[in-house]
Ligand binder design. Structure first.
Ligand SMILES: *Cc1c(COP(=O)(O)O)cnc(C)c1O
Length: 240
């Protein structure tokens, strides 16, 4: 694909924000209770600049090296320092240091070893904001912790001083009908409620992507992770 129309990313962001506000109303959610995370993996710096121009401040990245390059670019070449960086991809244990040192949030913590390393490698200062990725569909191929193991992992994260447990994340099976999407998201919402009785500070449900955003908002999502609907289709897969 050739370079995209300069204004299209801004227009897409405005449109998505409108769709979020509409869904909040339609499903009885408080207005502005759902935040937009722009998933910019594989997209160039110029695309992120367009999004920033449209007022976007929170970005999600899947690949450690690529994400760190973008974070460093914007911290060096931009006066704007209020950007927020979320790591949302699978985590290999040899990449935890770069994540701990550069990102503000991590959505994809799914095992104790990773939580411990992120804590140990987090520099002094603001704790890393952590979501536990849950495998709600029970497929072996998907990453995320089993539902039975969420409580043990939550307890560990809660005890680690450099991590702040904020909630749960899931990537459900890719289905196209609203009812099936909703059922999967409701499982995660119920799990969040159960967890909240132990950890009242939990306030985040990261669920909903370009193809299933309204169902996620209906089920209680507080953060939708949108890539394609903002930046267009991704042209190429990329290794970490
Ligand atoms: C790529 C990705 C997204 C964005 O998906 P789209 O369908 O492009 O909106 C959201 N969450 C995760 C974890 C991703 O890897």
């Amino acid at each position: 694909m050739m370079c995209s129309d300069k204004n299209s990313i801004q227009k897409n962001i405005e449109q998505i924000n409108q769709q979020i506000r509409t869904a909040e109303q339609q499903y009885g959610r408080n207005s502005n209770s759902v935040q937009l995370l722009a998933v910019s993996k594989t997209k160039p710096i110029t695309a992120l600049e367009e999004a920033i121009t449209a007022g976007q401040k929170c970005f999600g990245e899947n690949y450690v090296q690529e994400g760190v390059e973008k974070i460093q670019h914007f911290s060096q070449h931009y006066t704007q320092s209020d950007l927020e960086w979320h790591f949302i991809g699978p985590i290999q244990s040899n990449k935890t240091r770069l994540i701990a040192e550069n990102f503000d949030w991590v959505h994809s913590v799914d095992r104790e070893k990773i939580a411990q390393r992120l804590n140990d490698q987090r520099p002094d200062g603001k704790p890393l904001q952590v979501l536990i990725q849950v495998n709600t569909s029970g497929e072996n191929s998907k990453s995320g912790t089993d539902r039975e193991q969420v409580f043990a992992l939550a307890q560990l994260i809660n005890d680690l001083p450099n991590l702040t447990l904020r909630g749960l994340m899931s990537i459900p099976e890719n289905v196209s009908d609203h009812a099936s999407q909703l059922a999967a998201f409701q499982q995660l919402a119920e799990l969040k409620q159960a967890l909240q009785s132990h950890y009242p500070q939990i306030d985040t449900l990261s669920m909903g992507m370009s193809g299933d955003m309204p169902a996620a908002i209906e089920a209680g999502s507080t953060m939708v992770r949108i890539g394609t609907a903002i930046f267009g289709a991704r042209d190429y897969p990329q290794a970490t």
